[in-house]
Design a protein around this ligand. Sequence first.
Ligand SMILES: *[C@@H]1O[C@H](CO)[C@@H](O)[C@H](O)[C@H]1NC(C)=O
Ligand SMILES: *[C@@H]1O[C@H](CO)[C@@H](O)[C@H](O)[C@H]1NC(C)=O
Ligand SMILES: *[C@@H]1O[C@H](CO)[C@@H](O)[C@H](O)[C@H]1NC(C)=O
Ligand SMILES: *[C@@H]1O[C@H](CO)[C@@H](O)[C@H](O)[C@H]1NC(C)=O
Ligand SMILES: *[C@@H]1O[C@H](CO)[C@@H](O)[C@H](O)[C@H]1NC(C)=O
Ligand SMILES: *[C@@H]1O[C@H](CO)[C@@H](O)[C@H](O)[C@H]1NC(C)=O
Ligand SMILES: *[C@@H]1O[C@H](CO)[C@@H](O)[C@H](O)[C@H]1NC(C)=O
Length: 489
Amino acid sequence: MRRGAFSLLSLLLFSYESAAVKLSIQRPVVSQRPKAATNANNNLINKGNERYTANITISGRVVNVALDTGSTDLWVMPPDNLPSFNDTHLNATIFYGDGTDYVQGEVGVGVFQLDTYSIPFQAFLYVQNASVDEQPDFDDGIFGLWGLGFDTPGSSEVNDAVQGAYGTSATWGQSVLANIFQENPTGDDYIGISLSRNGDTGGTADASLTIAEYDSDYAAVANSPKIPQNPLNSGAWTVTLDSISVGGKAIDWPSTMEQAPAGKNIVVLDTGTTNVMMPAEQVAAIYSSIPGAAFSPNLDQSIPPTKFSTTTGVWVLPCNASVNVVATFGGQPFPIHPLDMSDMQVVTSPDGRRNYTMCIGTFTDVGTIVNGVSDALFGDSFMRNAYTVFNFGTGGNSKGDPFVQMLSQTDATKATADATSVRSALMANMPPEISPIELVKIFNGSEPSGDTGAPAQGSGRSGSGNGALSLVPSLSLICAVALAFLAFF
Ligand SMILES: *[C@@H]1O[C@H](CO)[C@@H](O)[C@H](O)[C@H]1NC(C)=O
Ligand SMILES: *[C@@H]1O[C@H](CO)[C@@H](O)[C@H](O)[C@H]1NC(C)=O
Ligand SMILES: *[C@@H]1O[C@H](CO)[C@@H](O)[C@H](O)[C@H]1NC(C)=O
Ligand SMILES: *[C@@H]1O[C@H](CO)[C@@H](O)[C@H](O)[C@H]1NC(C)=O
Ligand SMILES: *[C@@H]1O[C@H](CO)[C@@H](O)[C@H](O)[C@H]1NC(C)=O
Ligand SMILES: *[C@@H]1O[C@H](CO)[C@@H](O)[C@H](O)[C@H]1NC(C)=O
Ligand SMILES: *[C@@H]1O[C@H](CO)[C@@H](O)[C@H](O)[C@H]1NC(C)=O
């Protein structure tokens, strides 16, 4: 379940020429599923901690696509089109998030390849029209989405279109995963996902996707408790969250889901959501407990809101705050790395006179987008902290109800030390950070910038920008870390 950004950029439209071969349905040649993928080490690409992508090959064209456990369909919109394209002329539109984000096109069929996996005849949506929400991903070189969710009825626009036209025996409209699993009916049907963390010097997991096998670095996940899908057959990777605590104290969070056990919640484990999205009240319960943190409704967005958030409101935290947040699933604690709790940015004051470094909360208001499905979206900010196995329960020895298994990847003590050293090193080379409450006052216009904090570099020049915002790209942050560490030795 993805969220769109507040973007005013224009649509990326292109006129596509398709070879439009008239489709004749043939029984695909089934190749035996290989025993192991070639190389699980970092076979995923981490795009600035915001998207995790893979280079897939579809109809002979390599396309970088985002991985999304929150949806099911595969769609592509490569700028250089597909070299050849079997067009079914079936139209489909897929909506994401609150429904303003969509992609629209025709169902095509082609060869899908990733590593040693190959599906000779795979349906996908060949997108001709995408909403503006997609533009940031296109700008980032991401030209598609690979859904890793369920094939249950209603979950897949592509499958619904194909089955509507060709009948339920047309398995080529199923999801990529269902078709890969079908190539080996006796094997277990699961995937394993590890997400890396940029800017983490304390040792980060690599980013990997494996199908029907574990990444050998995290094979111990086999011993983790099985956390059943709840509600069963929800069509999404919904699971029960036992609790989420801050500073050792569980926050109060009444569930909106009748299937949630007493005192617990239901969340979607969603690689396609950048951050964690939960009700504003619970976000506040977490951040308000951090000494020095301050909230701004930020209605004029003078502080750039957390990317992909549904609201303008931001929590500003001390950048080196040692935030101790732990999510508990299946009775197991999953500490969340402090680096996953806030994003660092450099922002110019509305009067243009000063630059400040500030850290804003990554947990944001979920709004109404998961109503009736779950209480929250646990996206990448959470998922970086666990190796997760998603078992569909459709094959092999684990045939039964779907479940997940998670292996914690974050040692709370080490993570706190890591976060403090990373942030301190970065701040040594960045504009000053002042107290969050002062920052909020400066950015909401109730205080001028010059009266607080040390002057920023270059502040001697007269202010030119009028509330102009400057974001330091993550690359320069990484360079700043490298420089800072060099300075230590
Ligand atoms: C993905 O493709 C890009 C562009 O061709 C390449 O630079 C990158 O190394 C590839 N990454 C992986 C993990 O396949
Ligand atoms: C799909 O949309 C195109 C363009 O809007 C239209 O010409 C075509 O008839 C539609 N196909 C189907 C099967 O509805
Ligand atoms: C298109 O379909 C035809 C007939 O099924 C097949 O021979 C051909 O390989 C397909 N082309 C692509 C690009 O999938
Ligand atoms: C794209 O989709 C929108 C919403 O359905 C529609 O209004 C618009 O005409 C479409 N544009 C094209 C070029 O198909
Ligand atoms: C955090 O940063 C502030 C300055 O912004 C500094 O005074 C404080 O000592 C730092 N705390 C830690 C734990 O590094
Ligand atoms: C703020 O930072 C930007 C980008 O580094 C820089 O161009 C600008 O001069 C800075 N402004 C002040 C007032 O320091
Ligand atoms: C600005 O923020 C401060 C601190 O939250 C608050 O007291 C003040 O009322 C706000 N002023 C405006 C104009 O929003």
